[in-house]
Design a protein around this ligand. Structure first.
Ligand code: SAH
Ligand code: SF4
Length: 350
């Protein structure tokens, strides 16, 4: 079966031409699939019945199957999706008190980066998602909100997986989120663990998308202990790539800092971070550690976080603390994993 979300305009045109349809049909079907976000072919009332039947028989509107759904006390919704090959991924919808409706979507089933405090990292890597699988997660929430007279306003690529490890599919998905879901580039954020070559590549894409970098420590020893990727691209190279990105794009970078008691909430780390980021067009986003099964650390206490933020201010570095969301349903940062698949069944290929 052809997944219509996998096709671009040229793909629609050649498929319908192959089926002996007049040229204007490609545009009609495209409109139903992407602009009107149809859920079934029956809705496509301006198409001939025979064409609708052929579409039903030979194509499909996406591949994601909801395997489980949970709602948090704070309104956060977490969905577990089953992919066509049985892999499982999660995505989250976070309605904020203001008008923002943010979808947090996955780019891989599992993750190969092995960050010690992250539930996805603890699972290992299963496979990359296709651009269509990434796109469809947001499409599904968009549809849900539109059926309630609301709309999806923001997307963060901060679910399972490392977006820049799956670079081409991620960038293709971002373009489709902008073009087909109508989400403004400035309302899309991609977060990377710090893959230096891809940060450089991303600077040349000409996208106005926001870039977030998972930093978490300001010295190589501390960072390598938390994020194995730091051994491959240490801080000096990462920060140089960030400077290059800012210079090329004129865009501010966000640094994410998962605050762990006694690890990276110290004055030492605050001063090191202040020195590292002084004078840079950036912002630090502090996320108190969320609990995961495979890591024993505790979230930093609020007085320590306040002290940390105050120290950064001395260096002219701005920092804010991210509101925790969906913790009661394990939908917070770093808590996503496919609970249904047993971890040992997921092959670690890298
Ligand atoms: N792979 C990408 C994006 C997904 S994770 C990345 O690592 O940047 C989104 C953010 O949540 C990252 O900054 C990540 O380091 C952080 N995170 C991971 N585990 C966490 C946890 N247990 N508590 C809080 N934040 C966590
Ligand atoms: Fe992968 Fe990001 Fe988790 Fe690290 S924090 S293991 S890069 S998803």
């Amino acid at each position: 079966m052809i997944n219509l979300y996998e096709l671009d305009r040229a793909g629609f045109e050649s498929l319908l031409k192959e089926w002996g349809q007049p040229a204007f049909r490609a545009n009609q079907v495209w409109e139903w699939v992407f602009t009107k976000r149809a859920q079934s072919f029956d809705e496509m009332t301006n198409l001939p019945k025979a064409l609708r039947e052929r579409l039903t028989a030979e194509t499909r509107l996406g591949v994601l199957e909801v395997a489980a759904e949970q709602s948090s006390k704070d309104g956060t919704v977490k969905r577990l999706y089953k992919l066509a090959d049985g892999q499982l991924i999660e995505s989250v919808l976070m309605p904020y008190d203001d008008d923002r409706r943010t979808a947090c979507i996955s780019t891989q089933a599992g993750c190969a980066m092995g960050c010690v405090f992250c539930a996805t990292g603890q699972m290992g890597f299963a496979r990359h998602l296709t651009a269509a699988e990434i796109f469809e997660q947001a499409m599904r929430y968009s549809r849900l909100l539109e059926s309630e007279g609301d709309r999806l306003s923001n997307i963060v690529l901060m679910g399972m997986g490392e977006p820049f490890h799956n670079y081409d599919a991620t960038v293709a998905a971002i373009r489709r989120l902008m073009d087909e879901l109508g989400i403004g580039a400035r309302h899309i954020t991609v977060s990377t663990v710090g893959l230096v070559p891809q940060i450089k590549r991303f600077a040349d894409e000409g996208l106005q998308v926001r870039l977030a970098i998972s930093l978490h420590a300001a010295t190589d020893e501390e960072r390598s202990a938390l994020l194995p990727v730091n051994k491959r691209w240490p801080l000096a190279e990462l920060i140089a790539a960030c400077h290059e990105y800012i210079k090329k794009t004129g865009r501010r970078v966000t640094f994410e800092w998962t605050a762990i008691a006694g690890q990276n909430d110290t004055l030492e780390q605050a001063h090191a971070l202040g020195n590292l980021l002084r004078g840079m067009l950036c912002h630090v986003n502090i996320i108190p550690l969320n609990p995961t099964g495979g890591y024993g650390g505790d979230p930093a206490a609020f007085d320590r976080i306040n002290r940390f933020v105050a120290t950064l201010t001395e260096y002219g570095v701005q920092a804010t603390v991210r509101v925790r969301r969906g913790i009661d349903i394990a939908a917070g940062c770093g808590q996503l994993k496919s609970t249904v698949l047993r971890p040992e069944k997921i092959p670690v290929v890298e």
